[in-house]
Design a protein around this ligand. Structure first.
Ligand SMILES: [Fe+2]
Ligand SMILES: [Fe+2]
Length: 318
């Protein structure tokens, strides 16, 4: 049997290098068989980017990892536990939305189906992150007699971190997921910058790239919802404002945030504040990420939090 390269120029729909579909609305609404072609693009991209956790871990020099590297690994393992319930929820919610819009706006219904279908790749890719870090946490600490570093989560902790997120408006959901993935991209790059083991650095960089393409997918689906005319950009702006406020999701007191929320655990709740880099430079980068996401979804460009709040207020009075 001949193995066919999915990038082949000989095959139909394989001519271009696979990538994230940046314009889901056009891909689905301006093409014959747009949904099928979008699935094929999603699949080719996923297949082209697959990698092995075991292969990466085999290259890591376990006994010589630094304390900071061990802490990063532990935190990342706990944080990644929360992605499966997020992806499970997205799959279910996207299908509900697909049925809901099927008669009123079939094109939007198809976008929802494309989003739900892509969630299978998202879930599978996140499983790589979760298992890479949980296994590393286990293996790396086998010979260390320090209870603080007994880092593999208990069954109770795993079940707690698997709680399903409450449903929200679909545009708000996709926006906050884009922001979460953007921040994850930054955090893993920070981990890579602080790490010393070359194979661990490569693992952090690889996972950061995964998070970056997840962000681009969420932005693309959110933009398609806006383009459908059925969703309101005020929801995007309000999520960004909530993220950026002093007492908001990112910069509010993390202990209070978790105490107030007993329904689920967010990705950013699970990050230990002690592992964050210089807060000023991190805050600056987070803002740039959030502002870029807002611009890509809504077309509204803002340079600081005041402009973001102004844009939101302007939309409220429209
Ligand atoms: Fe992840
Ligand atoms: Fe991700």
């Amino acid at each position: 049997m001949t193995i066919v390269n999915v990038h082949s120029t000989q095959l139909p729909l394989c001519e271009s290098k696979p990538n994230v579909e940046r314009n889901v609305w056009d891909a689905i609404t301006k093409n014959d068989n747009g949904l099928f072609k979008t699935f094929w693009q999603q699949h080719r991209y996923h297949e082209a980017r697959r990698w092995s956790v075991v292969d990466f871990i085999n290259e890591i020099d376990f006994p010589n990892l630094t304390m900071i590297e061990r802490t990063y690994i532990k935190n990342a393992g706990f944080a990644e536990l929360t992605t499966k319930p997020g992806a499970d929820r997205l799959t279910r919610q996207a299908d509900e939305e697909c049925r809901k819009w099927s008669k009123k706006n079939p094109q939007l219904s198809a976008v929802m189906q494309a989003c739900g279908t892509w969630s299978r790749y998202w879930n599978e890719e996140e499983s790589h992150h979760e298992m890479a870090f949980l296994y590393l946490s286990y293996a790396v600490n086998q010979n260390i007699d320090n209870p603080l570093l007994n880092v593999v989560p208990s069954d109770e902790e795993i079940i707690d971190f698997r709680r399903i997120y409450p449903d929200d408006n679909m545009l708000r959901t996709l926006t906050i997921l884009a922001m979460s993935e953007g921040i994850a991209t930054m955090q893993y790059n920070d981990c890579a910058d602080a790490a010393t083991d070359p194979a661990l650095i490569a693992l952090f960089r690889k996972i950061s790239l995964d998070e970056s393409q997840h962000m681009r997918n969420f932005v693309s689906f959110a933009k398609a919802l806006v383009e459908s005319g059925e969703f309101d950009i005020r929801d995007v702006l309000s999520m960004a404002v909530m993220f950026m406020r002093e007492d908001g999701e990112i910069y509010g007191n993390s202990e209070n945030r978790i105490k107030e929320r007993d329904t689920h655990v967010n990705w950013w709740d699970a990050i230990d504040d002690n592992c964050k880099r210089d807060p000023t430079s991190e805050e600056k980068e987070v803002k740039q990420i959030i502002f870029k996401i807002v611009e890509n979804i809504t077309g509204i460009k803002v340079r600081d939090v005041e402009e973001l709040e102004e844009a939101w207020m302007e939309q409220l009075v429209v």
